[in-house]
Each structure stands twice: as C-alpha cells, then as structure tokens.
Design a protein around this ligand. Structure first.
Ligand SMILES: Cc1cc2nc3c(=O)[nH]c(=O)nc-3n(C[C@H](O)[C@H](O)[C@H](O)COP(=O)(O)OP(=O)(O)OC[C@H]3O[C@@H](n4cnc5c(N)ncnc54)[C@H](O)[C@@H]3O)c2cc1C
Length: 448
C-alpha cells in the first residue's frame, strides 16, 4: 500500500473541492485531491449568482466562463400574493457584476478541476475515499482510498471534506442539524424546444399551488433545464394516490402559470430526481480537518446559492488553512474565524429562504425582509433583495476575511456557538410548526 504526505488532502473535486485545492496550491502548498468520478460527469446545480465571481477571478477562470456559458442577468419570479410576475436584475446591485452564468455542470466542474491541476494540485480521478485516518488522540491525519481497485493511504497536515452530499468525513466527525421544514425532493428534466421569457437569460422561479416551486434555467438556446421542488410529504402523498413521478412533474407544470408557457411536458426528456434536504453541520472544522460545500451545509436551491456558498467557503477556508499551516499554535484562531464567517453566510440565506417559502406574502414584504436580513442601510428594499440573494451583500466579509483578525477568539467562538444553538432552536421550532399543521389537517372535518 502506497503512502504519501501533503500539506492538504482534499476529498471531492466538485466546485468547493477544486476551489480550495487550487487556491492553496496557488499559495505554494502541496495539495492532493481525490475525486471518485471521471470528469466530465453530470451534476445538478446550474444557475450561478454574481457573488461567486470574485472567487472565480482569484482562480483565473472568468474569461473561460464568459466564453463558454450562457449569461444570466437576473431572476424572474412568480411568487407571492401579487398576481403579476416580477423581476430582479443583478445590475441593480450597482457594482461590477451585472451578470453571472447558467452553466452545464459537467463542463463547469471540469474547468475548475483542470484549473486546480494547472495551479499545481495533484488530482486523481476515479479515486474513492473509503476511510478517515486518525491518530490516537483523534486528530485526522489522512484518508484511505481506492484507485483502480488498489487501496492507498495519503497523509496531510489537514484533510478537507468537499465530498458534497456524500459527507465522507463530516458524517463521522460532527453532528448535524437537518432543517425539517425544508425536507424537499427535486424532479427535473431538459427540453430542446422552449419559449424564452421576455428577458431570455433570466432564471424563472415560480411558486406552485399546493406547495413547492419550479425552476426554468435557459442553459442554451436549445436547452432549458426545468425542475419541480416539492416537500417530501407531498410527493409521498401523491405517490400513495397512485401518481408516478412523471405524473407529479406533469401536474406541477400544468398548474404553473409561466413555466408551462416556456415548455411543453411532452418535449421534456428523461426525468431525474434527488433529495433536497437543507442541513448544517455543528462543526466546520476539527483537529486536522475542515469541511466546505454541501458536505458542511446545504440550502434548498430557491436562490441558486449552492455553488456561491461552497466556493466562498472554500476561499475562506483556503486562507484559514494557509494561516494555520504557517502558525500551528494559532490554528484554532484561524479555523474558528472561518467557521463563524461561513456560518453567518449560511444563516442569512437560510433565514431568508425560510421566510420566502411562504408564497402568500406581498412583494414588498419579501423585499423588506431581505433588506432587514442584509443588515444594510440600502434605502431601496428592491436593491436590498437582489444584494442579499446574489451574495453581493456578503462579499465584504468574504473578500476581506482575515483569519488572524483583530476580534478576540473568545468573542468569535461565542458568536459561532450562538449560531449553532439558534440553528437547532429554529429547526426544532419549524419542525413543531410543521407537525402542528399536519395534525390540524388530519383532524379537520371532511370538506373543511
Ligand atoms: C435540485 C438541486 C438544484 C440545485 N440548483 C442549484 C443552482 O441552480 N445553483 C447553485 O449554485 N447550486 C444549486 N444546487 C446546489 C449545488 O448543486 C451544490 O451546492 C454544489 O454542487 C456543491 O458543490 P460541492 O463541491 O460541495 O459538492 P459536489 O458538487 O457534489 O461535489 C462533490 C464531489 O465529491 C465527489 N465525492 C463524493 N464522495 C467522494 C468520496 N468518498 N471520494 C472521492 N470523491 C467523492 C463527488 O463525486 C463529487 O464530484 C442545487 C442542488 C439541488 C439538489
């Protein structure tokens, strides 16, 4: 069995893994990355927000993104009491970034992984991590993996879990809070024939009567990604009534107002499905390990926040690990700051997704809440809305993150622990609310 030693070992070559690996290699660190698939490989998560552009600039891939992918200018919403669809434009954030992209993830993820290689990362594809290696006091020191049927071990001063929903390390090393009110499932497919929206490169996000929402993502002139996200309980109920997955998707589309004008269900090819259950780990780091991307935290993709959140976390963690490698005695300082900053990004979006999921409010209410969560003094609430959901509001915290910052460690830890406790309390509250609602529906008189 071969064994090698690196500064950092990364599990998973999705956007979060490639980003942290590439940025650390750029700093001169020895980095080894294992990816279980062979790229390009299919992945969902196709619509980007502008908040991810600065980290793409750090990686040096913006020119390629511009060349290869469809622009995205904003979001078209069919949501709330207001009968009219409404629109929010990235350019309203007023900065440099007036558009992002809709990406084919097989190509996007390969671009980032290849870039990591160019920056000096040693990458092995078709390498499945099978175990975490720990020393006697529990510190993670490496991983075991299989490549071409042969077992290997690799050691690193830090191991990064970027294995997405598989959560190769975090499943073993930390507790997790599942957001039961956001226990959803997604069903989606693609069509080559579709009618574009008035602003043809917008994403469509539409609330569906009876629960859930649909997306329409124009990946190219001849490729629309169209998906239906609905609560697991609703899908279970519909399945119990004899509906197939195709029926559920077709009925969702038929009951939409705008999505059905974009695409005819008969032209949508093979449907795919996946679990879409929001969660957050109690810890994003521990002795010898760090977690970024979906393996650390995931939020329902209502605002297309996944890749932004994962790559922003990767950028924060890369700086924290760089500092920790230079100053082993101060590593907790750096990693605790990374944890607290990442957690704040997550909670701001989660709190807003939770509020927004109620489709019976007025547009102005959605806007004002975004402005309040953004803690900004932007006068215009519509600007507050796009600034929050594009990730631009969080940019100062991400770009100027200082792992050895001024604020005392005790203060940072207090903030982090408070966020963990708040998350658990909010999850419990939402679960109780959902249970009470289900019970009241069960006991409601027939025909009520
Ligand atoms: C229905 C749906 C729609 C979404 N839409 C959007 C969207 O429009 N925009 C957006 O930004 N986000 C969206 N997301 C979220 C987005 O897909 C994720 O947040 C994003 O892919 C996370 O990146 P990651 O690098 O953490 O994980 P991943 O992209 O999942 O990458 C993890 C990698 O790790 C590898 N791996 C796993 N286990 C191992 C192992 N043991 N050994 C080696 N390798 C391993 C996997 O093969 C994979 O390549 C959506 C999610 C869902 C479920």
């Amino acid at each position: 069995m071969s064994e090698a030693q690196y500064d950092v070992v990364v599990v998973g070559g999705g956007p979060a893994g490639s980003t942290i690996a590439g940025l650390l290699a750029k700093q001169g660190r020895r980095v080894f990355l294992m990816e279980r698939e062979s790229f390009p490989r299919y992945h969902i998560g196709e619509s980007m927000v502008t908040g991810m552009i600065p980290v793409m600039e750090e990686l040096g891939v913006v020119e390629e993104l511009e060349k290869r992918f469809q622009h995205k200018s904003g979001i078209n919403l069919v949501w709330g009491k207001d009968p009219q669809p409404w629109r929010s434009d990235f350019s309203a954030t007023g900065g440099l970034y007036d558009h992002s992209w809709h990406v084919r993830r097989d190509e996007f993820d390969k671009l980032l992984l290849d870039r990591a290689r160019e920056l000096g990362v040693e990458v092995v594809e078709e390498a499945q991590v099978t175990d975490v290696l720990q020393n006697d006091d529990g510190r993670v020191t490496g991983v075991a993996y299989k490549h071409a049927g042969v077992p290997h071990m690799v050691r690193g001063r830090f191991v990064v879990d970027a294995s997405g929903q598989h959560r190769t390390l975090t499943r073993k090393l930390t507790g997790i809070t599942w957001q039961d009110d956001l226990r959803n499932v997604a069903i989606w497919g693609y069509t080559a024939q579709y009618t574009p929206l008035e602003h043809p490169d917008d994403i469509l996000v539409e609330a569906i009567e009876g629960g859930g929402w649909m997306w329409g993502i124009p990946l190219a002139e001849d490729k629309l990604s169209i998906g239906y996200v609905l609560p697991v309980e609703r899908l279970t109920e519909l399945t119990r009534q004899g509906r197939s997955q195709q029926d559920v998707f077709a009925e969702g589309l038929a009951s939409s107002r705008i999505a059905k004008t974009m695409a005819d269900v008969s032209t949508v090819g093979e449907l795919r499905t996946t679990r879409d259950w929001s969660h957050i780990c109690d810890r994003f780091y521990g002795p010898g390990w760090v977690a970024v991307g979906d393996s650390a935290a995931f939020i329902d993709p209502l605002f297309s926040s996944g890749v932004w959140l994962g790559t922003s976390a990767a950028w924060l963690a890369a700086r924290a690990l760089d500092a920790a490698l230079d100053n082993p005695a101060e590593q907790d300082q750096a990693l605790e700051r990374f944890d607290a900053t990442y957690r704040q990004l997550y909670h701001d979006i989660l709190a807003y997704v939770r509020f927004f999921m109620d489709p019976n409010r007025l547009r102005e209410e959605y806007m004002e809440r975004a402005q309040a969560i953004g803690r900004t003094y932007i006068e215009n609430s519509a600007v507050g809305f796009i600034t929050l959901i594009s990730g631009i509001k969080a940019l100062p915290d991400v770009v100027s993150f200082d792992p050895m910052g001024e604020q005392g460690l005790e203060e940072v830890m207090k903030r982090r622990n408070q966020m963990v406790a708040d998350a658990k309390e909010a999850a419990a509250r939402e679960e109780a609310k959902a249970k009470a609602k289900a019970q009241s529906q069960e006991t409601a008189p027939v025909g009520a």
